[in-house]
Design a protein. Structure first.
Length: 85
């Protein structure tokens, strides 16, 4: 299983709606692929937080850095789209 295959199957894995063979392959992939493990674990935790309605207050400096990073990415994406038009 490749990382792309893993990402295509992630939703079904998290929902536990996949066949046992594919689930085994995916879990084997998670054993050696750190990046996919982090994606899977982070997604699981995000879902748990959402389901539990737990709110976490971000420190102001983190909130500012995150907003700046998002705005920078949006600006770069918008510029790229305009250049290709």
């Amino acid at each position: 299983m490749t990382c792309s295959d893993f990402l295509k199957e992630l939703t079904d894995y998290l929902d536990d709606t996949m066949d046992t063979r594919t689930k085994s392959e995916l879990e084997e992939h998670l054993q050696w692929c750190h990046n996919c493990y982090v994606v899977c674990n982070t997604t699981k935790r995000t879902i748990e937080i959402y389901r539990n309605n737990e709110l976490y207050e971000l420190p102001n400096d983190l909130r500012t850095r995150l907003r700046s990073a998002i705005m920078s990415k949006c600006s770069a994406s918008k510029k790229e789209t305009t250049e290709h038009s």
